[in-house]
Design a protein around this ligand. Structure first.
Ligand code: NAP
Length: 255
């Protein structure tokens, strides 16, 4: 018998092949959920399920976990993911975590239209497509649920070299708040998490000098770990946060 704050729930996590998405799969599973790890890189998503199961690093072995190839920026791929999930589990996930995200950093004056659009397509449109498709599936089945969208602290303050990324993440907050207002009547909660600097591959492109400066501005004096973001995501996914919707929660070490 699996116990935990999301025991018996089916969860889908996008961007599950790495970083925060992978850690979220791990914590959701530890807390009793069956996890669908979705990523555009199927092998990485599969690794999330396999490596953690093999290492027994908190993954529950009761759930029928699975990996799924999903490009969140492609509506056909998202529709296919809903279909596949319904076929396999006979019910929609009632936890949806939008972790997939990319950066294409450059100075505003040098940023190409292509790099601007790609970031918007994955981070903002991708969140929209996944949220719309899976909320529809929940509403169709009359299932209450929780959607957690990963924004970023730079959505609030901006960041050098990230006009594309910061604006996409600010959009995620506004989208979350609007969706929360619309989906409340279906008992579907929608919240955003705003991570600060977190040790994952996405920050590997930040120059060391810049990273040093950043860390100086974090009151806790260090970067976050993916698991520290995942714990908050899991709380917002669970009924422990049953009266929280439309919120944007900073998880930044005080940055
Ligand atoms: P990560 O380690 O790079 O993980 C992101 C995952 O998303 C990767 O597996 C990536 O695959 C996948 N992905 C990219 N495009 C996709 C698409 N179109 N469809 C499906 N999956 C896709 O980054 P992370 O740090 O864990 O980031 C997770 C989320 O947190 C992102 O939304 C990010 O913006 C946000 N965030 C991170 C930080 C931080 O400091 N780490 C801070 C604030 C917010 P590939 O590797 O193959 O591209």
């Amino acid at each position: 018998m699996v116990s935990g704050i999301v025991a018996g729930r089916l969860a889908i996590v996008t961007g599950a092949g790495s970083g925060i998405g992978r850690a979220t799969c791990q914590v959701l599973s530890r807390e009793g959920a069956t996890v669908i790890a979705a990523d555009k890189n199927y092998a990485a998503a599969e690794q999330t399920i396999k490596s953690h199961a093999a290492l027994a690093s908190g993954f529950n072995d009761a759930g029928d976990h699975s990996a799924l190839e999903l490009d969140v920026s492609d509506s056909k791929s998202v529709k296919h993911a809903v279909q596949k999930t319904l076929e396999q589990y006979k019910a929609p996930p009632t936890i949806v975590v939008n972790c997939a995200g990319i950066t294409r950093d450059n100075w505003l004056l040098k940023l190409s239209e292509e790099d601007y659009s790609r970031v918007q397509d994955v981070n903002l449109k991708g969140t929209f497509l996944v949220m719309q498709a899976f909320a529809q599936a929940m509403a169709d089945k009359g299932k209450p649920g929780s959607i957690v969208n990963i924004s970023s602290i730079v959505a609030k303050y901006g960041n050098i070299g990230q006009t594309n990324y910061a604006s996409s993440k600010a959009g995620v907050i506004a989208m979350t708040q609007s969706a929360a207002k619309e989906l409340g009547k279906f008992n579907i909660r929608v919240n955003a998490v705003l991570p600060g600097f977190t040790e994952t591959p996405i920050v590997e492109t930040v120059p060391e000098k810049v990273m040093h400066q950043m860390i100086k501005m974090i009151p806790l004096g260090r970067m976050g770990q993916p698991s520290e973001i995942a714990e908050v995501i899991t709380f917002l996914s669970s009924d422990k946060s049953s009266f929280v919707t439309g919120a944007a929660v900073d998880v930044t070490g005080g940055f």
